[in-house]
Design a protein. Structure first.
Length: 247
């Protein structure tokens, strides 16, 4: 191995070690200094407004909502550590009315996108942040109404919002509400998987049916036209059994 190659490998290894040692911006640690360092020079005015709302001389709330009105998609832009405006608002424990106003000022589609967006490094949803920083039951209800599936989604460390709420002692009522929604979402996921399995099995049955009819008439076109027509019609039904008359 040449000295230049060895030097290159040493440089790569030291870079990897340095990268691994860099603190991950977890909401479980004191990240104020880290945030300040990473957010210098950010172009997203909304992040700066969120931070300034917690200062000793906060700007009027109208400046935040005027900015959102002019640039609604800015609410889902990330800062230097990969957090959206909503993540940052929950982290800084802004009043519920402010967070609600932010979310209600954008379209339904964008609202769902915001509540389903993860932090880049740790994969935490806004609901994960709420489970760490908030005791406000209304905030949890708001986030779950917009994106209920968040309650069963895990961050990159394998933790759900329910588990995080328990660790951080968010309160019995909050935990109970999260657990109730968790059971509902797990049931819906189970039903969704069962429906997919049933859909696949039904399509196989249709294939056998039309292959049989095609062979009996000695006409391959019977299979081609009959099977593919029924398969396509069945696939586009939300519940495939409705198509074949089983309710």
């Amino acid at each position: 191995m040449s000295s230049s190659t060895s030097t290159l490998h040493s440089h790569q290894i030291s870079h990897l070690i340095q990268y691994r040692k860099e603190p991950c911006p977890l909401p479980d640690s004191d990240t104020e200094t880290y945030l300040s360092r990473k957010e210098r020079g950010l172009s997203c005015q909304l992040h700066k407004l969120i931070r300034s709302l917690k200062s000793q001389s906060p700007p009027p709330l109208s400046s935040l909502f005027n900015n959102l009105k002019a640039n609604p998609h800015g609410i889902n832009e990330r800062n230097g550590v990969g957090w959206t405006v909503l993540h940052l608002a929950i982290y800084h424990r802004l009043d519920y009315e402010v967070v609600e106003g932010m979310l209600m000022s954008v379209t339904d589609e964008l609202r769902v996108k915001i509540c389903s967006t993860r932090t880049l490094k740790c994969g935490r949803l806004p609901l994960h942040f709420a489970s760490r920083f908030s005791d406000n039951g209304k905030l949890f209800t708001l986030l779950l109404d917009i994106y209920p599936r968040a309650v069963i989604e895990k961050c990159y460390g394998g933790v759900t919002p329910v588990e995080r709420a328990k660790v951080n002692r968010r309160g019995e009522r909050v935990v109970n509400d999260l657990e109730r929604e968790e059971r509902t979402q797990n049931l819906l996921e189970k039903l969704k998987r069962q429906n997919l399995d049933l859909r696949y099995a039904t399509i196989l049955c249709l294939e056998i049916k039309w292959k049989k009819e095609g062979s009996e008439t000695d006409d391959f076109r019977v299979f081609i036209y009959g099977f593919f027509k029924e398969r396509n019609m069945g696939v586009f039904r939300e519940h495939i059994l409705d198509y074949i008359g089983i309710n």
